[in-house]
Ligand binder design. Structure first.
Ligand code: ADP
Length: 477
């Protein structure tokens, strides 16, 4: 993978290293502070121990203020314990009365805070710097007997060893941290590279996919991780794209095929008329036939437009309260007119005992039912019967169009609602269908939150059942 500042790989590594650097810095500072606190704490304990021993020794041997000779025995006592601290006795006013031999040429200073602390009976710890630059940890310890402050014992120790230990620790941290960061940056770069390599594979595979090879699929990693999930998602998106491309292709092919037939008839008849027609009657016949084909093309285009618009969501349903009883009466009148034209009995059955109000688009509902009614009449031979009925089951309105016409074989059921699907191409063309009617029926029924179903027996008749929720669609389609 090439190095790019904006690449995910670089950004991941950068933030990972930056976070580690901040964690390392914070933990380094914390570690330094705690080490310092613990070492000084140990030293303070030691100073307190020396002070308490010096006090005990002093009170045991010399009840009074230490005299110069007593100082020497104190020195011997301290050395016998192998202690190297500086020890110095002060009077309550702060003058030096006794000190160990290691205090050559200097005294331990007594700050006013230390004297104040000792006078109030509290040991007082402080860190001081001598004129030679030595840093000393100093304890001023009150020697109190019977509530009276006899002396102040000062015990000091050099902080040099502690400072050295802390310094070594800091040097180690300052060297070790950048090295660790460099190592982690390199490791992070490789790990992110490995983790992102499937993304590169997906990118190059996706780049090769175009409208011509939509059937290609990405190989799915067996790991079952997020990347595999992404590949599966891509594949299902490709599947959907392929399906809709196929539908668009089929639709374009079907539409042009449907329009080509009446156009060819139009052309053929016009050519024949131009060549051979002599009298006005012949011209009239040709023009009449042409008119039929033009009407047919007009119907196809209108239906196609309605379907295309509905799929693009450009025909929002104008939902109002629709009185289904009234709608049934309208359809009955239209169905009767259609039936009368070819001697098909048309009846209406209202299996309800009150007015049924449904939330829907009156115009589209009318269009849907008229399609079913006119199909019923169209595909029922003379002498047959078609019945339109309305019932209510629970919260659903059930509208049925039952005919005793030619019927439909079961194998056609799955495709019946597809665009341009016709059970019998040749016969249906004669009848004048576009093959779009049932697609429109299905779209309108589903748009209202309902559906349409068919049951039929060839030679006996068909039943188309539309079920619609009375409350209307759950959401606007
Ligand atoms: P068309 O405009 O051809 O009628 P439709 O989409 O309305 O198109 O119907 C699709 C096909 O279903 C029709 O071509 C016809 O073969 C069949 N069909 C529809 N309704 C009936 C029916 N009531 N009886 C028998 N066949 C039917």
């Amino acid at each position: 993978m090439p190095f790019r500042l904006r690449s995910v790989r670089f950004r991941l590594t950068f933030w990972y290293v930056l976070t580690l650097a901040v964690i390392l810095a914070a933990s380094g500072v914390y570690w330094d502070r705690s080490l310092h606190r613990s070492l000084v704490g140990h030293m303070d304990e030691k100073l307190l121990l020396v002070a308490e021993n010096a006090k005990a020794f002093h009170l045991q041997d010399h009840q009074d203020r230490p005299a110069p000779h007593a100082c020497r025995s104190l020195e011997t006592f301290i050395r016998s314990r192998n202690w190297s601290q500086y020890v110095q006795f002060l009077s309550p006013l702060g003058s030096v009365s006794c000190y160990t031999g290691n205090l050559k040429g200097f005294f331990l200073p007594a700050s006013s805070e230390a004297l104040q602390g000792a006078r109030s009976g509290e040991p007082y710890f402080e860190t001081i710097k001598l004129s030679k630059g030595q840093r000393i940890r100093l304890l001023s310890f009150p020697l109190v007997v019977d509530g009276e402050l006899l002396d102040i014992i000062q015990v000091g120790d050099e902080l040099d060893p502690i400072d050295q230990t802390l310094h070594q620790n800091r040097v180690l941290l300052l060297w070790f941290s950048p090295l660790l960061l460099v190592f982690l940056a390199v490791a992070g770069w490789f790990v992110t590279g490995r983790a992102l390599s499937p993304v590169l594979r997906i990118t190059s595979a996706v780049r090769k996919i175009s409208a011509e090879n939509l059937s290609e699929r990405l190989p799915v990693e067996p790991s079952g991780d997020e990347i595999a999930h992404l590949q599966e998602t891509f594949n299902s998106m490709l599947q959907r794209l392929e399906d809709s491309f196929t539908k668009v292709r089929q639709f374009t092919g079907d539409a042009s095929h449907e329009l080509r037939t009446p156009l060819a008839i139009l052309r053929g008849e016009t050519e024949v008329a131009l060549r051979f027609a002599k009298d006005p009657q012949e011209w009239h016949r040709t023009l009449e036939s042409n008119m039929e084909e033009i009407d047919r093309m007009g119907r196809i285009i209108e239906d196609l437009l309605a379907l295309a618009k509905s799929e693009a969501g450009e025909i929002p349903l104008a939902l109002t309260e629709v009185n289904l009883n009234d709608l049934m009466q309208d359809l009955y009148l239209q169905g009767k007119t259609l039936g009368d034209q070819k001697d098909v009995a048309f009846t209406l059955q209202l299996l309800v005992n009150q007015e049924i109000i449904l939330c829907g688009d009156a115009l589209q509902l009318h269009r849907m039912l008229l399609n079913l009614v006119s199909n019923g009449v169209k595909y029922t031979p003379s002498g047959g019967a078609v019945e339109l009925s309305l019932a209510v089951e629970g919260s659903m309105a059930i509208i049925k169009v039952v005919d005793n016409g030619m019927g439909i074989a079961e194998e056609h059921f799955p495709h019946l609602f597809d665009r341009f699907y016709r059970v019998d191409e040749a016969r249906n063309r004669d009848i004048g269908g576009t093959g779009l009617g049932l697609s429109i029926v299905q779209w309108i029924a589903r748009g209202h939150g309902g559906d349409v179903a068919v049951s039929s027996t060839p030679g006996k008749g068909s039943v188309f059942t539309v079920s619609l929720p009375l409350g209307g669609p759950a959401e606007q389609p």
